[in-house]
Write a protein that binds this ligand. Structure first.
Ligand code: ADP
Length: 304
C-alpha cells in the first residue's frame, strides 16, 4: 500500500509558487526525508497533506484517501508534529498527552509516552507554556505518537533540540518505523536526514529536484567524489579556477585555505594540474565520499 501519493501538486500564493507540480510516492514502511532550504515549500506540502492548504492543482492521497475530499479518513491513522505548534496555556505536559489520547480515542499510558520523549514526571506536571522550545518539541512529538499511528508526519522535528535530543528523536523515528509506521519528515539540516532515511527527496523553490536513496544520489553525481584540498594561500580567483575545470560540480571555500570540491573521478588530476598552472601550491590533498550535504549543494545550487 502507498502511504503518500502526490500527483502533480502545485500550490500558489498569489505570485509565489510554493509547490510546483510535485509527484511523489512514499510506500508504506519507509522512512522518507523531505529536504530543502528554508522557503523551499516543505511546510506547504505537509499542510496540503493535512488539508490546512488546498492545492491549486493536482492531488495528494494518504493511504488511498484524498487529503482534501476525504480529509477525515486520510488523517485517521496519522500522527503529526506540525511546524510552529504552540502549546495550550494553563495545561500541564501530562494534560496535553491526555488530551491527545482522548481525541484519538486511544488507550496509551501518558506516563509511558512522556518517558519515551524524555519528559520526566516533574516536567510532566508543569505547565507546558513554561517549557523550553526543546521540551515543547518533545511534548508535541509525544502527542503525535499517541495511538500508534500508521503514518508520522514530522515537520522539522529536531527544531529546538540539542544534539542529544536530535539523536533521541532519530531513535524514536527508527523505533516507530520498526513498529510498522511510515515516517515522513522534513528538515533543512542534512545530517538529521542522512542518518535515518531510506530515501530522500530534495525540494528547491517548490520543485522536487531529486528523489532517491542516499546511495543512488551519490551515484547519480558521477561517483560523487569529494576532494579536500589545502593550498598555501587561497587567493581571489582560486575557487573560480577550480570551478572552470571540466567535471567539477561544486567548489566551496572552507577555513584554513581549504577548498572542498565535488567532481567526477576523472577531474581530480586536472584540478591539481590547473591549480599548479595557476601558481597555487597544494599543501594537502585527500578524497572523501560525498556526503549528503555535498549532494544537497549540488542539487540546490547553493554554495556556488
Ligand atoms: P519551507 O517549509 O520549506 O521553509 P514553506 O512551505 O513554508 O517553505 O514556504 C514556501 C514558500 O511559500 C515561501 O516562499 C513562503 O513565503 C510561501 N508561503 C507559505 N505559506 C504561505 C501563505 N500562507 N501565504 C503566502 N505565502 C506563503
Amino acid at each position: 500500500m502507498t502511504a503518500i501519493e502526490a500527483t502533480e501538486v502545485s500550490k500558489r500564493y498569489g505570485t509565489v509558487v510554493a509547490l510546483d507540480r510535485v509527484d511523489l510516492t512514499v510506500p508504506e514502511g519507509e522512512i522518507f526525508g523531505f529536504l530543502g532550504p528554508n522557503g523551499a515549500g516543505k511546510s506547504t506540502f505537509i499542510n496540503v497533506l493535512l488539508d490546512f492548504a488546498t492545492p491549486s492543482d493536482g492531488s495528494v492521497e494518504i493511504f488511498g484517501h484524498d487529503c482534501h475530499a476525504e480529509g477525515v479518513a486520510a488523517r485517521e491513522r496519522i500522527g503529526v508534529l506540525p511546524e510552529g505548534y504552540s502549546v495550550f496555556e494553563r495545561r500541564t505536559g501530562r494534560q496535553h498527552i491526555e488530551y491527545a489520547i482522548e481525541s484519538k480515542d486511544a488507550d496509551d499510558d501518558p506516563a509511558e509516552i512522556l518517558d519515551r520523549v524524555g519528559l520526566d514526571p516533574t516536567d510532566a506536571e508543569r505547565e507546558a507554556s513554561d517549557y523550553s522550545k526543546g521540551m515543547a518539541q518533545r511534548l508535541v512529538l509525544g502527542m503525535a505518537l499517541v495511538g500508534e499511528p500508521d503514518l508520522l508526519l514530522l515537520d522539522e522535528p529536531t527544531t529546538g533540540l540539542d544534539p542529544n535530543g536530535a539523536a533521541e528523536m532519530r531513535d524514536i523515528i527508527r523505533e516507530e518505523n520498526e513498529r510498522g509506521a511510515t515516517v515522513f519528515f522534513s528538515s533543512h539540516i542534512l545530517e538529521q536526514v542522512e542518518a535515518v532515511c531510506d530515501r530522500v527527496g530534495i525540494l528547491q523553490d517548490g520543485e522536487l529536484v531529486a528523489v532517491d536513496t542516499i546511495e543512488g544520489l551519490r551515484e547519480s553525481l558521477g561517483g560523487g567524489t569529494k576532494l579536500v584540498i589545502t593550498v598555501d594561500d587561497l587567493r581571489n580567483g582560486t575557487v573560480e579556477t577550480v570551478r572552470g575545470v571540466q567535471g567539477v560540480e561544486t567548489a566551496v571555500e572552507r577555513e584554513d585555505s581549504t577548498l572542498e570540491v565535488t567532481c567526477t573521478n576523472d577531474a581530480k588530476m586536472d584540478i591539481l594540474v590547473e591549480l599548479h598552472d595557476a601558481g597555487v601550491d597544494v599543501v594537502n590533498f585527500r578524497t572523501e565520499e560525498a556526503s549528503l550535504e555535498d549532494m544537497f549543494i549540488e542539487y540546490t545550487g547553493s554554495g556556488r
